[in-house]
Design a protein around this ligand. Structure first.
Ligand SMILES: *Cc1c(COP(=O)(O)O)cnc(C)c1O
Length: 396
């Protein structure tokens, strides 16, 4: 298939591309159809109904009764929004090195003029609640204004225990704001903004929400909103205040991504129809089947802590002397399947299988079949039988 601008969409003439990177994910036909409508007047009554519906409905996905703002931006924009709305130049924030995305959020904070205290990590574990407690207890002057963590570290396939991190903050009795990046967990892994006492939740459209890239979110607690009134970081496009004022009536302060909002409306409906609990259970099951395959292949999973295995993706370590990107190239060229590349310090050493979003058992078996065949084609040492092992889990 050729796109209008002449780029070959994929080199295979038939069938569907397997987009098994951990975001963007496969966009279901129902969402594609929902977006295929004329763009409407974003100041008119029809838009107002849409705006009210998505701004209300999205709260259920974050498990919050508070406001959620929606930006026409990638997830990175919502990272920036969380910081500039609540902090002042020179403030200290505490972050945890879970992997590449945590490292990028740190860089963004530093570029904004914040001082980052970074708890070092080995990219195989999630946030250590004890280390957080210790760092907060050591901060007797209360210089730390926010703790920022990544819920599902998409570069490693490790999911941090946000409820336990919250408990650690409470044990330390520290007043820091709690900010959580759920860009690759919202809509695929259990997450509770209100119950877990999160102040700002950051999310994006193109992963668990099954939408194309282009929307991002901040769910905002009353404490975060209060902090925004005295925070002095320069902000304009990201200003919550402008957003919240217009959102009250279902509108936006500038042109919203109208057609993506049609899609969001459909995505919310689909998630609620399936039931969030069922969606989370499906992701857990697919992750378990994927790990069974990896174990049968004799390949090691990057996540070193079983209770932190990601339900959304699995990161597999390549055997010594084999390059993950060469392997991914085989999957791409022979089987028309995209797998996630290693990012940052694990580039070339690992590959990632995304199993989040609009996904089912047979899509997973196709994916794992493609991986197993690519291992064979690439001469990567492994045992056969991974797909069989996954089938045994799925047929249980
Ligand atoms: C994808 C991702 C990001 C980056 O989001 P963009 O939409 O690419 O800006 C940040 N954090 C996590 C955890 C992600 O998975």
């Amino acid at each position: 298939m050729k796109l209008a601008h002449g780029l070959a969409l994929n080199s295979h003439p038939s069938g569907r591309h397997f987009l098994q990177i951990p975001g963007p994910t496969n966009v279901p036909d129902r969402i594609l159809r929902a977006m295929d409508y004329p763009t409407i007047d974003h100041r008119g009554p029809e838009f107002q109904r849409l705006g009210k519906s998505v701004l209300g409905g999205i709260r259920q996905i974050f498990a919050t009764t508070g406001p959620v703002v929606i930006y026409p931006a990638s997830g990175t924009g919502a990272w920036e929004a969380a910081l500039v709305n609540t902090l002042s130049p020179g403030d200290t924030v505490l972050m945890c090195e879970t992997g590449q995305f945590a490292t990028l959020w740190r860089r963004l904070a530093q570029r904004l003029g914040l001082v980052v205290e970074f708890i070092a990590g080995d990219w195989r574990h999630g946030v250590d609640p004890k280390a957080v407690e210790q760092a907060l207890r050591a901060d007797s002057a209360k210089r730390i204004k926010a703790l920022c963590v990544v819920h599902n570290e998409t570069s490693t396939g490790v999911t941090s225990r946000i409820d336990e991190v919250r408990a650690a903050i409470d044990r330390a009795g520290h007043p820091a704001l709690f900010m959580v990046d759920t860009i690759s967990s919202l809509g695929s892994i259990d997450y509770r903004h209100d119950e877990w006492g999160v102040d700002v939740t950051v999310a994006g459209s193109q992963k668990g929400l099954m939408l194309p890239p282009g929307l991002s979110f901040n769910a905002i607690s009353a404490k975060a909103l209060e902090a925004s009134k005295t925070a002095t970081m320069p902000r304009s496009y990201w200003d919550w205040n402008d957003m919240l004022g217009a959102n009250e009536n279902g509108f936006f302060p500038y042109t919203p991504a109208t057609n993506l909002l049609y899609g969001l409306h459909e995505a919310i409906a689909m998630l609620l129809e399936q039931g969030l609990e069922n969606v989370f259970a499906r992701h857990l099951r697919h992750a378990e089947a994927t790990r069974a395959a990896a174990q049968a292949w004799g390949l090691e999973i990057l996540c070193a802590e079983p209770r932190e295995y990601s339900p959304a993706l699995t990161t597999i370590i390549m055997p010594e002397g084999h390059n993950a990107d060469a392997f991914r190239k085989i999957a791409q060229e022979r089987f028309n399947m995209s797998l996630g590349q290693g990012l940052g310090k694990v580039a070339g050493k690992v590959f990632r299988i995304g199993h989040l979003g609009d996904f089912n058992d047979l899509m997973l078996l196709g994916t794992l079949g493609g991986v197993e065949m690519s291992l064979a084609c690439g001469g990567v040492p492994h045992q056969a039988g991974g797909v069989q092992a996954a089938m045994a889990v799925l047929a249980r």
